[in-house]
Design a protein around this ligand. Structure first.
Ligand SMILES: [Zn+2]
Length: 427
């Protein structure tokens, strides 16, 4: 493949579903039928081909050249070209993976086992592939950013987000996975060796840049965090106009630790009262912030009377520190109140990383690997017995996926030659 030009050539690979292999081998014998089939498929999934910026994409496409994939026994791959902008698209049939010898069916088994929390080694053993091949496959999927893939599914950029750092380990080093979640979808899963505000800001900045490139006017309106001070400042830097709220469930779980030295039943009793208090505030239709302020004061006074003023004082002090974040949650009905879905995403990712030596290999591309895992989290459908059985996270959040086959969706959504229909000719 001659590639004399200096400009980095854009990857315009597309995956096309030819239904079965024999259909593909029949179609590659007839140029016109081949191009027509490809165009019909692109139309059917609601995508467009990513032409060059100046091209409106209404020129005709012709068969351009072909080559043989030697590792796949000399399988012929065709390229098609736009007559007006000369952009060249490589057409991969659905039964092969880009750059990979592994078949999509093997990838399907291995990826679903990985997604289910089985280690790379076990997935590889079961599917008769090397752990490194599986690791590389996930990294290859992760070459395509989450924002790119999710917006291709017609999901709007999230205006209210949950953001937090997951603590993890890479060999003996502590590392932090910066994450942004909205509902059942992970929008960002970054990697940082430090939890300093600067490092967090840099890592979340990756999401922000991708989002702004997609939509220059994008603004986050609300961010919910656990309320740990160390990470709050990076949110303030990145999303200065956003409301910054603290998770109410974390508040609830934290309360007993503010009542040190008291017996468990007493602490539980206060936790239950605090729970009722927060619930009552959230149910209100108006003046929620005023109500919470009042109820918090009463609550601390009640602790004074019941178990002593030192406890009341400690709780009052804690309220003082955190109440701004709780007010922020109540001020805006659209603000998420609890970070449960974020914790679920973290646990899911953690199960994969826990038993995963691939993550720790020294020259590893942790960023790409994590992004790949996040794609799986977003696009693998829930199991049969789950509440949202058969749907993936993207669909639950109102997005659309190109086909009913999640492996094919992964192939299509992470290929460089598509863009959603109805969007301008930007890259
Ligand atoms: Zn064109």
């Amino acid at each position: 493949m001659g590639n004399g030009t200096k400009t980095t050539r854009e990857n315009r690979t597309i995956t096309v579903d030819f239904h079965d292999e024999s259909n593909y081998f029949q179609l590659i014998c007839d140029g016109t039928a081949f191009v027509e089939f490809v165009l019909a498929f692109v139309l059917s999934i609601g995508f467009q081909l990513a032409h060059k910026a100046t091209c409106r994409g209404d020129g005709c496409l012709t068969r351009h050249s072909h080559y043989a994939r030697l590792r796949l026994g000399g399988l012929t791959i065709w390229r098609i070209q736009c007559a007006s902008c000369k952009a060249v698209f490589t057409v991969l049939p659905h039964f092969i993976l880009r750059y990979r010898r592994m078949s999509p069916e093997v990838a399907r088994q291995a990826l679903i086992a990985t997604h289910g929390g089985l280690s790379l080694e076990w997935c590889a053993t079961i599917c008769h592939i090397s752990p490194m091949a599986l690791y590389r496959l996930i990294c290859a999927l992760g070459q395509h950013g989450l924002v790119t893939v999710l917006t291709r599914c017609h999901l709007p950029l999230p205006t209210y987000i949950l953001a937090d750092e997951k603590h993890s380990r890479c060999l003996t080093e502590r590392v932090y996975l910066t994450s942004i979640v909205r509902g059942r979808v992970i929008w960002h899963l970054g990697y940082s060796a430090s939890k300093s505000a600067a490092a967090c800001t840099a890592s979340y900045g990756v999401f922000q840049r991708a989002a702004l490139a997609h939509e220059p006017s994008y603004q986050v309106r609300g961010v919910l965090t656990d309320g740990f001070d160390s990470t709050v400042s990076s949110r303030r830097t990145l999303f200065p106009k956003a409301r910054l709220g603290f998770c109410l469930r974390h508040a609830l779980n934290k309360l007993p630790s503010k009542l040190l030295g008291l017996s468990a039943p007493i602490r539980k009793g206060f936790r239950a009262k605090f729970h009722a208090l927060l619930h009552r505030c959230r149910q209100r239709k108006s003046l929620r912030v005023v109500a919470l302020g009042q109820l918090l004061r009463h609550f601390a006074n009640r602790i004074d009377k019941a178990v002593g003023e030192d406890h009341g004082e400690r709780v009052r002090h804690w309220f003082e520190e955190k109440k701004a974040g709780w007010y922020a949650v109540l001020e805006d009905p659209q603000m998420p109140a609890m970070s449960t879905v974020l914790d679920q995403a973290h646990n899911a990712i953690d199960r994969k990383l826990f038993a995963m030596k691939g993550f720790h290999h020294p020259g590893g591309s942790q960023g790409a690997f994590l992004t790949g895992l996040a794609h799986l989290y977003n696009l693998i459908p829930y199991q049969r017995r789950a509440r949202n059985a058969g749907k993936c996270g993207v669909e639950i959040e109102g997005g659309r996926v190109p086909t009913s086959d999640w492996v094919l969706n992964l192939q299509i959504l992470t290929s460089g030659g598509y863009r959603p229909a109805g969007m301008g000719a930007t890259t």
